[in-house]
Design a protein around this ligand. Structure first.
Ligand code: NAP
Length: 461
């Protein structure tokens, strides 16, 4: 009996199951209601892929695999437990860096083992794998550093930068083309790797932290394509499928984020957004503060209240506090809705994840296009740590750097209560005329503490 053949079928079958689970997982993640299930399906897919690989006939020893599995699992578990929700974007960037480094290292190992004897197609795939893997590693590390604040967040720019980047890119691709013609040219191979690492840094430093989420999903896409190229090098089907899914979903996400900010990909990558600290525009009017009791009265006697969460809700971890206040208002017969802007917070779906954690019903979450027509009939719009996504300048001022970005039009509500700690700007660094409008009232303080106090105050009404 040919056991090897059966093992091979088993391996390919587990890969097929894994690939189907990845596709179903991605589909699940496209809607908040099914996102959690989607994550579980994708996890099961990854488990199937790992278990299947353990039967691979090419495995020489299990000791190194066991060591890698244990080390990787421990690091992954610790990151999942200890990294706070607010640091999730930089944690994700680190994961991309690890994934891309793995692809680059596999490529280097393959070159040193079979570089001379590889078929031309495999050599081409290897080149893509190593180039994308190395530039994504350093690019993702810089992105993580910018988001964590350990690398300067504002764009690092200098004269002739784009020319330098172009030359670096050309040199890297030049090494690749030379390798296609001369398989054993190790100097060119390792130069290509080194240039990839440098190019990754140079690609990301001129981009400001505000645009890091877009950069990250683009790097995610590169990491996926590097994994797909690894699949071609190793003749591994699950890597090809998973890498391609990752590559294209990352790219689509980048495009969607650019659309939600009304910016082109070119502007995000080369525009140096946030390089110049925007000077305060002179606003007509003044910011008016509202007393807690008055805010509670407005809420308690409203017919319809719309909560508008932003990045400040995430930093304050105020998702449970807003849910409690919403519950109380609903008990009093107030209609409560949540307005979700596609780029509120610091990563796609940031607000959905937080509100889901606090068990806010999905039926109360409204996307921008659904909720905007409702603001004129809203008695109170409560802005919780949101700033850029409610900045009316994007709609009204064609000279604003964020002109054309779709916004939540809270200024059309009958009354607006803005919860923030002080005069802090949004991530774009721009002044927000909303705060000066006659309809707006400021309620200063940490969002969570303010919401808790509001709940108590509404209970007294
Ligand atoms: P934002 O414009 O960054 O504003 C956040 C506001 O929250 C600040 O004005 C800050 O004011 C306040 N805040 C911070 N901590 C707080 C706390 N503990 N309690 C109460 N308030 C607090 O946020 P946003 O409106 O959500 O906009 C997101 C920005 O990220 C946009 O510019 C968007 O383009 C960008 N972005 C997001 C994504 C994404 O995927 N989500 C992708 C790319 C870019 P104080 O300091 O005065 O409190």
């Amino acid at each position: 009996m040919n056991l090897g053949g059966h093992v091979n079928y088993l391996l390919e079958f587990t890969y097929l199951v894994a690939s189907i689970l990845f596709v179903l997982g991605l589909k699940g993640m496209s809607r908040p209601e099914s996102a959690r299930k989607g994550m579980f399906l994708a996890e099961a897919g990854m488990a199937a892929a790992i278990i299947g690989t353990l039967f691979h006939e090419g495995i020489v020893t299990y000791e190194w695999i066991a060591a890698g599995l244990i080390l990787g699992s421990v690091i992954g578990a610790l990151m999942a437990i200890w990294v706070p929700m607010t640091a999730m974007p930089q944690r994700t960037a680190l994961s991309h860096a690890f994934g891309a480094l793995a692809a680059a290292l596999v490529g280097i190992a393959e070159f040193s083992l079979h570089g001379q004897s590889m078929a031309a197609f495999t050599r081409g795939a290897l080149g893509f794998e190593v180039m994308l893997g190395s530039l994504t590693t350093t690019g993702s590390l810089i992105a993580a550093g910018k988001l964590q604040g350990v690398v300067r967040g504002t764009p690092v720019q200098f004269r002739g930068q784009q020319l330098v980047n172009l030359l670096l890119f050309a040199a890297m691709v030049g090494c690749f083309l030379h390798l296609l013609a001369h398989p054993g040219a190790a100097v060119f191979f390792y130069s290509m790797v080194a240039l990839g690492f440098v190019f990754g840094i140079m690609l990301v430093i001129p981009i400001g932290s505000a645009d890091m989420p877009v950069v990250m999903s683009l790097l995610n896409s590169y990491a996926g394509l590097a994994a797909a190229a690894t699949g071609f090098v190793l003749a591994n089907n699950v890597l090809i499928i998973a890498g391609t899914l990752d590559g294209f979903s990352g790219f689509i996400l980048s495009v969607l984020m650019c659309k939600a900010m009304n910016r082109s990909m070119r502007n995000v990558l080369f525009g140096g957004f946030g390089a110049v600290r925007h000077t305060a525009q002179t606003q007509g009017g003044e910011m008016r503060e509202i007393r807690l009791d008055d805010a509670a009265l407005q809420l308690a006697y409203a017919n319809k209240v719309v909560f508008v969460p932003g990045y400040g809700l995430a930093t304050a971890q105020a998702q449970h506090a807003v849910r409690e206040l919403a519950n109380l208002l609903e008990e009093r017969g107030v209609t409560v809705k949540y307005a979700i802007h596609p780029v509120a917070g610091r990563m796609p779906g940031h607000m959905n994840v937080l509100l889901a954690e606090a068990n806010v019903p999905y039926s109360e979450l409204y996307e921008m296009d659904q909720i905007n027509p409702e603001f004129p009939t809203t008695d109170v719009a409560v802005v919780i740590g949101a700033n850029d996504v409610v900045n009316p300048d994007a709609r009204d001022n064609p000279n604003s750097p964020i002109a054309g970005m779709p916004i939540l039009e809270v200024d059309r509500a009958k009354s607006v209560i803005v919860l923030k700690r002080g005069q802090g700007r949004g991530f774009s660094g721009l002044e927000n005329p909303l705060f000066y409008k006659p309809v707006s009232n400021m309620l200063y303080g940490d969002a969570k503490a303010t919401l808790n106090s509001l709940t108590q105050a509404v209970q007294q009404v």
